[in-house]
Design a protein around this ligand. Sequence first.
Ligand code: SF4
Length: 212
Amino acid sequence: MTPIEILDHLEQLYPDAWCELNHKNAYELTIAVLLSAQTTDISVNKVTPLLFEKYPSVYELSQASLKDVENILKTLGLYRNKAKNIITLAKQVIENFDGEIPDNQTDLVTLAGIGRKSANVVVSCWYGVPAIAVDTHVSRVSKRLRLAYANDDVNVIERKLNRKFPKDRWSKAHHTMIFFGRYQCKAKNPDCLDCPFKSFCREYPNQKHRFE
Ligand code: SF4
């Protein structure tokens, strides 16, 4: 199966795949993406309504008390660090970008707690810039589907996916791969039975005994 055929199948499986972090603007998306590190989107969506009600923009958040933000985020892993980072990020956006969340990866990665993966999510989901953010799901799925080697790091995987998929499909590819990894091709006990990629999947030989 060619990379394009893989992408076609993924899009058929998850035609509505898109960002599952609730947000209304670039500020909310950026904060939600930062908070989602090593935690689920569902957990983030539980804390952001109160956070954004109390701190609706970078201006309020930049003035927030660390203790109050920690209290709102306390159900999330690494919440102390995340609380510190989002307040710093708000100050940086005001000081360096006139209060506007940057629309490009180069500027976004200068913000506290924002790495390349998070920057790619923000530019693709909010600003419509084609980008593939390689998270744990995209990484696992890429390796299993032989779009990358088993020991490739996230930067190499991103470059390979960018080369193999047409640019106008990058953002959608990112979301369909996440949905496939999250709901079917899970790290443990993937649902291989009806998977269209069994014939060439790198992981299927290790899993097929579960279905025999
Ligand atoms: S066969 Fe199983 S492990 Fe392989 S891609 Fe499909 S769901 Fe994932």
